[in-house]
Design a protein around this ligand. Sequence first.
Ligand SMILES: Nc1ncnc2c1ncn2[C@@H]1O[C@H](COP(=O)(O)OP(=O)(O)OP(=O)(O)O)[C@@H](O)[C@H]1O
Ligand SMILES: [Mg+2]
Length: 497
Amino acid sequence: MNAAQEIAAGYATSGRAVELGAVVVDGQVDATALVRLPLATLNRHGLIAGATGTGKTKTLQLIAEQLSAAGVPVLLADIKGDLSGLARAGEPSDRTATRAAETGDDWQPTAFPVRSLSLGTGGPGVPVRATVTSFGPILLAKVLGLNDTQESTLGLIFHWADARGLALLDTKDLRAVITHLTSDEGKEDLRSLGGVSAATAGVILRALSNLEAQGGDEFFGEPELEVADLMRTGQVTLLEVADLQSRPALFSTFLMWLLAELFHELPEAGDLDAPKLVFVLDEAHLLFKDASKAFLGQIEQTVKLIRSKGVGVFFCTQLPTDIPNAVLSQLGARVQHALRAFTPEDQKALSQTVKTYPTTPHYDLGKALTTLGIGEAIVTVLSERGAPTPVAWTRLRAPRSLMGTIGMDAIRDAANSSDLHGKYAETIDRESAYEKLTAKVVEPAPEPEAPKPEKQEPGGLEKVLASAPVKSFLRSAASALGREITRGLFGTAKKRR
Ligand SMILES: Nc1ncnc2c1ncn2[C@@H]1O[C@H](COP(=O)(O)OP(=O)(O)OP(=O)(O)O)[C@@H](O)[C@H]1O
Ligand SMILES: [Mg+2]
């Protein structure tokens, strides 16, 4: 058996799989040596990485197409609009024909069922929203760019509102609560919290104003996105984030909110033949940039736990080193496109990447990773038995749908005629904290308050708020009180449906 066939033998599956492409050895592609990603191990997650222009987005497109065809729903962030081409059949060309022949693919132009969503009402897709209450303090702190101490304070503020069943639906609700707590009438309430400094509250209010100015106010509110709307058989859902540059933190935390929602809503699934949903986190570096310890810890937990719900998560980023080791080590599939090796930092990232691969007698990985062609990648996945497959230099198949965008107008037209339009297009403003506090109908809540620090050093309050026991109390605030809002992963609110 030659090397290409030997490698491909490690990719044989008995169940269904995503066909990624064909093995390349010594520059020669073998169209009969297939590299595939078993559907049964997709809930063991994956990484798609590579320098700009090396083929990451086309790889995502290719994987999404085959999942859709296999009936698996997929959610992808469409950062530059170029995944919108999934909705249209691809255009045959000589290049596509050549690639199809090289990768053992009977390529047919194919369109896939796509629904486009946007964060808030400003984008081209169907607007989606989440409430401030449901987002919770940890995710909101990330969006607001708060430090650990400010994050703890925000946690106390949420706790106060949660305990009173005060719904924080939109940003003006949160503003009303903070304003109340720092007002003369709110003094008692503030004291009951163990104290929140007016200075810190002021910082949070200012951060909230910035968020509102960046359009955050049209994202937070109702109707809140229901995860059931992402789960339709074979449905591809694109989150259109053309304006990513203006609010990167909102985008990345929204995706974590969605994952936490999925975790709360989906039943335990055990091992499945195919995942219930595959979730693709593009521009994953944004998620980890400036992230607090608590936030990072929660990502790690979520990725670990979501697997048992039959959800696969794929991170997509330029460098694998963008992703913390605790998360990276949980990603079973690797599709590594070419890396650059210009600077000493590049070199370091390269050698670190090489170390994360199983050893291979067939390739010099350091060299391979810098000489891969466009639309080629170094692949290793988990076999159906859960063992890493042999390292394969893979020429990837070409997507069957349109490579490139269908244009903003077409995305907008499709969204306006989407079956989700009626449900989500209009913002609802029902009675919430803002209305209640404005009408001064808040009642005191007879429930256990945040534990008071035993020894309170003068001026050491902020430190106490940031202390581990207080934090964990805030995050696991489960109460005997029926009306209290309870929080789970990421401190997102658990709903009773
Ligand atoms: N599997 C493939 N089949 C055919 N052509 C491909 C494939 N992958 C990449 N290409 C070609 O390479 C170009 C760049 O690919 P792609 O847009 O996926 O890069 P990228 O890594 O996502 O870049 P960026 O980081 O800039 O988003 C494509 O427009 C296409 O012409
Ligand atoms: Mg791309």
